[in-house]
Design a protein around this ligand. Structure first.
Ligand SMILES: CC(C)(COP(=O)(O)OP(=O)(O)OC[C@H]1O[C@@H](n2cnc3c(N)ncnc32)[C@H](O)[C@@H]1OP(=O)(O)O)[C@@H](O)C(=O)NCCC(=O)NCCS
Length: 217
């Protein structure tokens, strides 16, 4: 079973793998991904009022299906992906967890056999106000740590925190400021026991991080 040739493996350690894929209007990749979507995923694609968001969803989900299919030796289209009450997608009946994130024209897909996983990628948005927006989602301790940080460091902190939130499956109902993480080594890592986090090597202009919640699947 072939994986997704347009995706590149950027991390592979102890049951945790992360792939990076471009989001583009490449007609061949887009139609390959679209073909793999379930009826409800296609309906979701049609509902997006924004073309780039629809493309991002189709590429992310289609690439995820190709990677999962190759890892599990199953037909990507036949995989049953459902969503829990907080919006976190999961694969029915298989001991593998995944997480997807996209920003601007890159997506990350993480697969884990060692527990729940959350991945996040952010384009470092230089517009005025983006630093303030990040700090708004931090609590006072985190804000104190980030005082005097560069924009890139603040975005790195944001991806570490988002990765934790996604591994925990928080969703939109809980404010991100209610999750406290402890940053260390100039935002090389963040702690929120028992989660462990890793900063990912992504292309310049982006930040990325992955978090895992060790547990038996
Ligand atoms: C909701 C949330 C997952 C969206 O993240 P984002 O940075 O906007 O977008 P990303 O591209 O990184 O991630 C989107 C993917 O996350 C996944 N996701 C959605 N809900 C999730 C949840 N509860 N837990 C884990 N993953 C989730 C989905 O796979 C989604 O992709 P899909 O729509 O293609 O299936 C993330 O913001 C989050 O968990 N936040 C925590 C709490 C929070 O921010 N509250 C906001 C109050 S204003």
């Amino acid at each position: 079973m072939e994986g997704a040739p347009w995706a590149k493996k950027i991390y592979d350690e102890a049951g945790l793998t992360v792939w990076q894929a471009p989001i583009s209007e490449d007609a061949k990749v887009l139609s390959t991904c679209f073909e793999l979507l379930s009826a409800s995923e296609r309906a979701r694609f049609e509902r997006y009022g924004h073309r780039w968001k629809a493309i991002t969803f189709a590429l992310g989900r289609g690439t995820l299906r190709r990677i999962l299919g190759a890892e599990l030796g199953e037909e990507p289209r036949s995989l049953q992906i459902e969503t829990d009450e907080n919006g976190k997608p999961f694969l029915v009946g298989r001991a593998v967890e995944f997480s997807v994130s996209a920003s601007r024209d890159l997506a990350l897909i993480a697969l884990s056999t060692c527990g729940a996983v959350g991945v996040d990628i952010e384009w470092i948005d230089p517009s005025p106000g983006s630093l303030a927006a990040i700090l708004r989602h931090c609590n006072s301790k985190e804000r104190q740590y980030l005082e005097g940080s560069s924009l890139a460091e603040a975005f790195q902190a944001w991806t570490l925190k988002e990765a934790c939130a996604k591994a925990l499956g928080m969703g939109m109902k809980m404010p991100l400021s209610s999750l406290e993480v402890l940053f260390s080594d100039r935002v090389e890592a963040a702690r929120h026991d028992p989660l462990s986090t890793t900063r990912l090597a992504v292309p310049e202009g982006y930040c990325g991080a992955v978090a895992t919640f060790p547990q038996e699947l």
